[in-house]
Every structure is written in C-alpha cells, then in structure tokens.
Write a protein that binds this ligand. Structure first.
Ligand code: FES
Length: 153
C-alpha cells in the first residue's frame, strides 16, 4: 500500500483537522487527543464533503429523559444531510430505514403511569448501513503518513 505524507504532526492540534489531497484523493486527517485518523472526504451517502462537517460527540441514553454526552469531537456530521460518522471507524450512526416518528400511548392513571409501547432503549443508537472509507495514519518522525491503496482514486 503506497505511503504518502499528509501533513506535519504539529499542523493539526488536538481537536483539529486538515483536509489534504493525497494521490488524487481528498482526505481529512483528524487529531483526537493526540491520535490521528484519516477519512475520505466523500460521504458514502450522496458524496458530500464529509470531512468539512461539524465535529461533536455522542449522546447516549439508557432511560428516557437522561442523556450522557461522551466522546467529544469523535463524531462528524455531514454538511449535506447531517448523517453522522464515527471518525475512529468510519461507521455511520444514522439509518434512515429505521428513522420514524414513534407513537406512544399515554394515559393518566393512578400513580401517573405512562406506558411506552415501543421503548427499546437498549438500541438508542443504531449502526447505519454506510461506512466512510478510512486510511491508516502513522507518525514518521514529525510527519503524518497515510496508507492510500492504489485503487482509491
Ligand atoms: S451526502 Fe452526506 S449525509 Fe447526504
């Protein structure tokens, strides 16, 4: 697999990114707490510039009404339609086949019991069908080196 210098290590501070052109492929290099990851700057949904998207974390919930924000800066939202991808793995976290408005049966009962007919809090986050293309990144001295397969262009 051909290796290409993508950037100087010092060019990308923690929480930062740099979009580079390597062997004719636009690639985003991300620094997450000193670890470097590279994603193809092309959203697998409809080809949007994925690596220019908003960086945020994940919201996870085990019970209704309680959320935990975690993994700040490790999830990127595509600018075009907002699909989210894990920068570490390229895995999408949006599955439009499963997105829908849920209907809940609510009644007022003694003790104020509210029944959630379709609650599946164990599946609050569902892996989507897409995975963004990722490339291994190594540091060689003070350079960030990306392995880009010949067939990536
Ligand atoms: S092109 Fe990225 S979410 Fe649609």
């Amino acid at each position: 697999m051909p290796k290409h210098v993508g950037a100087w290590v010092d060019e990308i501070a923690p929480g930062g990114r740099k979009i580079v052109d390597v062997a004719g492929v636009s690639i985003g290099i991300f620094n997450i707490g000193g670890e470097f990851f590279a994603l193809r700057n092309r959203c697998p949904h409809q080809g949007g510039p994925l690596c220019e998207g908003k960086l945020w974390g994940s919201l996870e919930s085990t019970v209704p009404g309680e959320f935990v924000y975690g993994r700040p800066g490790e999830i990127i939202g595509c600018l075009w339609h907002g699909w989210e991808f894990d920068i570490r793995t390229g895995q999408s976290w949006t599955d439009p086949r499963r997105l829908r408005t849920r209907r809940y049966a609510v009644s007022v009962e003694a003790g104020s019991t509210i029944v959630d007919e379709e609650a599946d809090v164990g599946e609050a986050r569902v892996k989507g069908p897409y995975v963004a293309e990722t490339f291994p990144v190594t540091t060689d001295g003070s350079y960030l080196v990306i392995d880009v397969p010949d067939d990536s262009a």
